[in-house]
Design a protein. Sequence first.
Length: 256
Amino acid sequence: MPCIVISYTKQLGGHNGKMPRGLVNIVIQFRLICRCLIGKVKFTRSYQGFQITRIEPPGLDHDRERFNNFMLADFTLLNLGKVETQGLDLAIDWLAPGSAYGQFGINWSATRVERFRAVSKATGLAEPRGVGVEVADSGIPRWRSSLRLNWEYAEISASWAVRYVSKLTEQCGDAAAFPSCGNPDAGTNTLSETFYHDVRASWRVPGDTDLTLTAGINNLLDEDPPVCVSCSLNGYDASVYDLPGQFAYLQIGLRY
């Protein structure tokens, strides 16, 4: 039978030594879980709103509790003034019935940032950072998404994942006259959409010990990050994109 779970959380800040003043954190989550002939499907949708109207001066520590509510942060910069952000999280998990060929599953998740606004306390003006904008060696993609196909058969499991980052737009500045600036007439450059492909395989070694051997490659197709003409680090934004090149790894896991 289908099961629908709706949860609503609203957290207001205060000056109690634990939370920043003016903190408002709202999370609304809808979850649908159903079982049918094609297996088990879970759909999750969350709306998140986050606002800080005053950040305490340096020296006060806050952190997050286990439910991801904002509880602790080590601020070492000056008081910013006000930060607002709104977004939407989506997730679908599907697990197929077991068969002679193993068991398949699909996990898809996506995050959409609807709004981001930071206001400086010193000037009262909004900071240049925004959704879909690359500035000051950082960007906020409107969309991030991940799709993973899983397969498991006896002691063997494997997965293939596709990660997606939506496009960003930057100001070319002094680089407007160079070919790397995509739109010199407007003085802007577009950091195109980016897809990363990752593969991973594991083998649980038979025996009394719970030993698992894992191997994988991130960025299997060797996708390069888009060129960023305003970035100061090697022509790309390391806060948004993976390091250039493939990343291969081996892992040994032992539980006892």
